[in-house]
Design a binder for this molecule. Structure first.
Ligand code: CMP
Length: 137
């Protein structure tokens, strides 16, 4: 079993796509190990995306991520990291395959509906950023 952090970003929550995205997650066989609706401060978003600090889009990305509520989750499945990234599709929705979440729901490369961890080490760090061990069920 593997765990990954997943976020339904403020664009998708604001457009009321949360339920549809959760349905796809459950239909794909993931088990929810944790879930919270929350509003990130700009500082929270800056901490989460610290690896992108030097990127030109950092300010805009963190402003977007703190612009409204998002849903943070821990998903569990065999090969969860790769499997969740496949279900989301490419970062840029213009390049995402048909049937993926980003193809269906994302607005742009920045406002791209969902986030997923990219490797086991980042998954562990990202899960720990949002959830205490006792919150994982
Ligand atoms: P995510 O998978 O959460 O990881 C980093 C995020 O940065 C990414 O999704 C997008 O929201 C954003 N991002 C990545 N590349 C760009 C870009 N070229 N311009 C704007 N935002 C980007």
């Amino acid at each position: 079993m593997e765990r990954t952090l997943a976020i339904i970003k403020p664009d998708a929550v604001a457009k009321r796509h949360t339920g549809k995205i959760l349905e796809k997650i459950e239909a794909a066989g993931f088990r929810l190990a944790a879930m919270r609706l929350m509003s990130l401060s700009q500082r929270d978003a800056e901490g989460f995306y610290a690896v992108h600090r030097e990127r030109p889009f950092f300010g805009s990305l963190t402003a977007f991520m703190s612009s409204g509520p998002c849903v943070v989750m821990v998903l569990e499945a065999p090969d969860a990291i790769r499997k969740w990234r496949a279900l989301m599709g490419a970062t840029d929705p213009a390049k995402a395959e048909a049937g993926t979440i980003r193809k269906e729901f994302a607005e742009s490369i920045e406002r791209n509906a969902t986030h997923g961890s990219d490797a086991p080490e980042t998954a562990a760090a990202e899960i720990g950023y949002f959830f205490a061990g006792m919150e994982l069920v």
